[in-house]
Design a protein around this ligand. Structure first.
Ligand code: R5P
Length: 264
């Protein structure tokens, strides 16, 4: 790839390609990467690829699945349609699906495969902490928290979240005694980190033995890490879906197995 002085990008692939091509790109920094991805997909088609698979460990624009105000773009559907225009198949990990139950509805290709990193998360936790209490910061996190807890036979609970703005959330913990407990906050992703920070701040008065964070996708924009540490979080762990200093476990095996089934 070459970036021109005006901000445009030149993408060059090998001139001749096999019929089956897989593009692997995590879609954090989405506005820039989506254009590059589409240019690459176009070049792949031009080079002879007739079956194009996208492996996007982190899939962007999955959160806006409805217009909250009249005139608002439903970005999940729009970006999903763009991807479906260029790709025949998709593999991703823990996409943020809320009101839409199936990835295929958001990105209409077959297969559109949504893998989950919960087995990797629970393997990572094994033997690391003694009887931690898992807490999901909002209702949507239940699917991941419950799966990890089930696999490891751990206790868990789910907090209630109200989002007041991009960087403002209110998290209410369920009644319970968190004193002296080793807490792991689990979510699919951290962006500003304010959701996890609000959960950590709500826990502070109980003086837990420690608070860790375990997420699939580590966006952690701006000063998110610093704020989390200031809120009492002592360890931050993420998968390598997005390269980040908090990466603690890998998704390559999970992705490779799924890809093998698709491309044969
Ligand atoms: C949304 O419900 C997601 O699961 C995350 O909780 C959310 O995207 C985190 O965003 P932030 O880190 O900006 O609070």
């Amino acid at each position: 790839m070459h970036r021109f002085p005006d901000g445009e990008t030149r993408v060059r692939l090998p001139a001749r390609l096999p019929e089956q091509v897989v593009l692997c790109r995590s879609l954090d920094r989405p506005n820039e990467k989506l254009v590059e991805l589409i240019l690459a997909a176009g070049a792949a088609r031009q080079g002879g690829a007739s079956r194009l698979t996208l492996v996007a460990p982190y899939l962007c624009y999955m959160r806006q699945d409805k217009a909250f105000q009249p005139g608002e773009a439903v970005s999940q559907r729009i970006v999903g349609t763009v991807l479906a225009n260029w790709f025949d198949a998709l593999i991703t990990v823990d996409p943020h699906l809320h009101r839409v139950a199936h990835l295929e509805t958001a990105v209409p290709v077959k297969p559109a495969q949504a893998l989950t990193a919960t087995a990797q998360m629970s393997a990572f936790l094994a033997g690391r902490l003694e009887a931690p209490l898992l807490i999901g910061p909002d209702a949507e996190s239940r699917q991941w928290v419950a799966a990890i807890a089930r696999e490891r036979g751990l206790e868990y609970c789910i907090a209630d979240k109200a989002r007041l703005g991009d960087r403002e959330v209110r998290v209410t913990l369920p009644a319970g005694d968190y004193r002296g407990r080793r807490i792991v906050l689990v979510d699919d992703m951290a962006s500003t980190g304010r959701t996890l920070e609000a959960a950590a701040r709500a826990l502070a008065p109980y003086q837990p033995a420690g608070i860790s964070v375990l997420v699939t996708h580590a966006l952690f924009v701006d000063d998110a890490l610093k704020r989390l540490h200031e809120a009492g979080v002592d360890a931050i762990w993420s998968s390598d879906s997005i390269l980040h200093p908090s990466n603690a476990f890998e998704l390559d095996g999970l992705l490779a197995r799924a890809l093998q089934l698709i491309i044969g």
